[in-house]
Write a protein that binds this ligand. Structure first.
Ligand SMILES: [Zn+2]
Length: 81
C-alpha cells in the first residue's frame, strides 16, 4: 500500500510536535527548580513545564539533579526528619 500525502503530513506533524517540546539540559536545569517546587506542592504540572517532565524521563543526568533537588527541598521543609 503506497503511503499517501496525508500520512506523510501526519508523520511530519508528529516529528514537529516532538521537537517542539524537546529541550536541552541547560534549559532543563534552569527550570527544574520550579518544576520540583510544583511537584512537591502537589500542583498539576504547568503547561510550560511539561517539557521539563519529558526531559527528565529521557535524561538520567537531569533526573539525578531533580531527585537531589527534591531531597534537599524535603529536608528544608521537614528539618526534624
Ligand atoms: Zn538533561
Amino acid at each position: 500500500m503506497p503511503v499517501t500525502g496525508e500520512e506523510i503530513q501526519l508523520i511530519l506533524n508528529v516529528i514537529r510536535d516532538t521537537q517542539a517540546v524537546e529541550i536541552d539540559c541547560d534549559v532543563c536545569l534552569m527550570q527544574v527548580g520550579e518544576f520540583a517546587e510544583d511537584r512537591l506542592a502537589g500542583k498539576p504540572i504547568a503547561e510550560g513545564l511539561k517539557a521539563i517532565e519529558q526531559h527528565l524521563l529521557i535524561c538520567p543526568e537531569c533526573r539525578e539533579e531533580f531527585e537531589a533537588l527534591c531531597e534537599a527541598m524535603n529536608a528544608l521543609e521537614n528539618p526534624e526528619s
